[in-house]
Design a protein around this ligand. Sequence first.
Ligand code: BES
Ligand code: MN
Ligand code: MN
Length: 458
Amino acid sequence: MTTPFEYALENQDTFLRELTEFLRIPSISAQPQHKADIRKAAEWAAAHCLSLGMTRAEVLETEGHPVVYAEWLGAGSSAPTAILYGHYDVQPAELKDGWHTEPFQPVIMDDKIYGRGTADDKGQVFIHLKAFESVMKTTGTFPVNLKIMLEGEEEVGSIHLRPFIQSHVELLKADVGLVSDSGMIAPGTPTIVYGLRGLVELEIYVTGPDHDLHSGAYGGTVDNPTHAISRIVASLHDAQGRIAVPGFLDDVRVLTPDERESIAHVPFTEAMWKAETNAPAIWGDPDFTLKERTGARPTIEVNGLFGGYTGDGSKTIIPAKATAKITCRLVPNQNPQKVFAAIERHVAAHTPPTVRSKVSFKRGEPGIVVDPNDPAMQVAVEAYQHSYGKAPIFTLEGGSIPAVMMLREALGIPVILMGFGLPDDRLHAPNEKFSLEQFRLGMQTAIEFYRLLPNYKK
Ligand code: BES
Ligand code: MN
Ligand code: MN
């Protein structure tokens, strides 16, 4: 008899052909011209779920891009119910950004699949769809009730997901949440993320003269808004790289000695940092280690800084305005509104009388920690033990997945972050890829996780 994992291995080529179809749909949530592609991807995913033997799959409307909901509830009311969350939207990508191959024409090379969305997150969602298929096709049933919720707005901040979840609590009700949208620390080092950072997005606008001025006529008499915003941005950190905004760090959860100890054992080295970034030297708060700073500490980061003339050649002006687009990563216990207020006060205090400034709040989501001792976590540990031959390590991750917090809030369930990405997957960047070894091990882990989940008692 074929086991589910044997089935998965035997059908890998078919799985990859199907994944390729999914990846070819440029479901870029940030760009209005891709609205139809977003819907196409949602419909594709729903139809695919039905083809696997799920008994219900629908594209449900939200105020923004739709949510795909699918379910198979044949395990009965005495079996646990798991809800898988993932996202079918992707980050923007264009060949000219530095891709070696077309971002939406996936290519398989050296046991890796290259293309936008391969690791983040279509490829990782596929792990679970194919685990479900493999179990269904070989055993005719599935060990747990499975609900699937796939979002189309994760990459733009999940703005409409909270009201969707809140108005569908009954539909989404489950005992445990599962997400494969994060990564492992290194190949061969299975990793469970037990904390994700939150996020505050804001913009600072600085204005000076009410129109662009001739820099020969007025230079030396007018405070240039691009200079003033640079000084404001520079004041957010001290010279060593510590956050210098009063109040920003007030509620930061202090790392326990145990946590610092376990973070110290995470096999992430300065050499790995160097290989990934190729930046000339490490920067950041000297009071914390490199590893602590990548997931366990908050940040303030300018994502875009602009003002004045940026086209070809030159233009001799004093620009009328300048803008900084900023996101802050928050650790658990920090309140997004409070953090925003601290920055707003700080910017006001650092705005000289020669310009005007305004700070606008875009959105915020708190960070989250999942209890590593939850019994469902133990199931995940055993599943990794089975597939990778070793227990996973627990890490705090720097990225954010707003839905994780929302699911826990609305459903009161633990959410397990079983990510199969690797550090060199180039998420959000040109030449994103997903390792097929990770795809296979991911399916093996997922199959085992679902098999063991009925042992889980809440
Ligand atoms: N999958 C990522 C988050 C992630 C990346 C988790 C790496 C763990 C490791 C997700 O798709 C993402 O990019 N999230 C955004 C959220 C934001 C737009 C609210 C992020 O972290 O920037
Ligand atoms: Mn993602
Ligand atoms: Mn992403």
